[in-house]
Write a protein that binds this ligand. Sequence first.
Ligand code: MN
Length: 192
Amino acid sequence: MKFTQPKLPYAQDALAPIISPTTIEYHYGKHERAYIDTLNKLIEGTEYEDMPLEEIILKSDGKLFNNAAQAWNHIFYFFQFNPDGMKEPSGKLREKIDEQFGSFDEFKKKFEEAGTTLFGSGWVWLSADTDGTLFITQSQNAGTPLTQNLRPLLTFDVWEHAYYLDYQNLRGEYLHNLWDIVDWNIIERRYI
Ligand code: MN
């Protein structure tokens, strides 16, 4: 089985100016594609060949883990955006965010803080456990909450390749601006 790179559900310039078309061209068009291409090469003719992507992530390490997890993380990242999406969570997820973090604004502040304080390359995540309890976590490099038995809901990529063309060293500004294009409809569907 070969993994194919899913097409973006929006135009290359749809997220501008938060994420520029040039960043989409490189981050989605070259980085994400390279992880998927490398993953396909690494699994060819191995026991991993017919496994679903999440199973490969849970059963592999080293180079295969890095490329499988980065493929998953990037697909997940790019599919949470929509310039005309729902700007705030509602329903069950909103209640849980308010209960655990005090308010949506407090949650966003904590999430941004987790992103700015992560040293080096990685990801910041909102995930849920099987009881629906929420967690904000950081992961280094290709790390994912899937290996901690958590279900990812939202992620911000804090590798420099995600923001350097648009924000240079201003990671905090990139993280803060991303809220304008996160579609909470999609995040809520991941929570249910
Ligand atoms: Mn990336």
